[in-house]
Ligand binder design. Sequence first.
Ligand code: 5GP
Ligand code: MN
Length: 337
Amino acid sequence: MLESHQISTLKSLLETPKRISIIPHRNVDGDAMGSTLGLYNILKQLNHQVTVVVPNDIPEYLKWLPGTDNTIVFEGNETNNATRILEESELIFTLDFNALHRTGEQMERVLKTLPATFVMIDHHEKPDTYAAFTFSSTTYGSTCQMVYDFIQDLNLSHYINKDVANCLYTGIATDSGGFRFPRTTGDTHRIVADLIDKGAENTQIYINLYDNSNYNRLQLLGRALQNLRVLPQYNTSYIALSQDDLDEFNYEKGDTEGIVNYGLTIKDVDFTAFFSENKDEKIIKISFRSQGDFDVNQLARKHFNGGGHINAAGGKSFDTLEETINKFIAILATEKK
Ligand code: 5GP
Ligand code: MN
């Protein structure tokens, strides 16, 4: 938690209009986008000049979030003003990530040079120390829930309108797997109850998030499920999608969201991985999920250039898809007894 003197300092900083940027991690998910836009929709009401700068493109399934139209994408758009906006910011909030490299190499390089005061709000393990104000706790199931508490601490809860409520509800719902992961507490439910009272459209949010697939996306899911392999001796499963699989079904950003979870739905499987080949970035992107004590954050950090949480983490490999899977299977012998 932030100390009370830090809260007072932030409160006074926010009393006069400031130039503020808010940044989520690269490849945003519901929590990253919900928390940044939730905070954006609060700070905007306080007459700050606020910009959300996303490292790379926002997937379609999140573009309905209120405030998306005013975000700026850093990568692949050299004509936009992202760098200038960051350079001119007095205050920079970094949300849902714990190290600047999570914004990507290009953006990290810019962020490292900035004079702004940084505020981190994040629930991942092992936060870096770049921020003057670090609000980091792994007891939270989502950054959106942290933003909610942060808003309370700053005595700004009367600014939680329908837009803010929709944003924060989204990240709490997605990062908790629909209120079922272990960090879901009574507080989580009390908070979403309050968000619904303040206008969060819970039914519509689920429709926007999950009932918006096109035919190709479901066919790609079909391919993924056919590619599912089970290693019963390790209570482990994995799914791989090659670039060819993705191309065959006209893959668009966001289409593989949630696929990793199917690996855990098999009885007696408590650890799963999802590999997807990205020929453009010359990497294999990996997602890990577990149930119970098996720490996928550790595994992702140690072997796959990544990190995250105990039961949900990600990483990447620079080997081929086949080599990556072979390495994964070899590691199981020592890491998953
Ligand atoms: P996902 O598998 O949904 O991409 O990510 C699961 C969790 O791990 C999220 O909290 C995400 O922020 C984190 N994560 C995903 N990829 C990486 C990575 O490459 N490095 C680190 N440090 N964390 C990651
Ligand atoms: Mn999160």
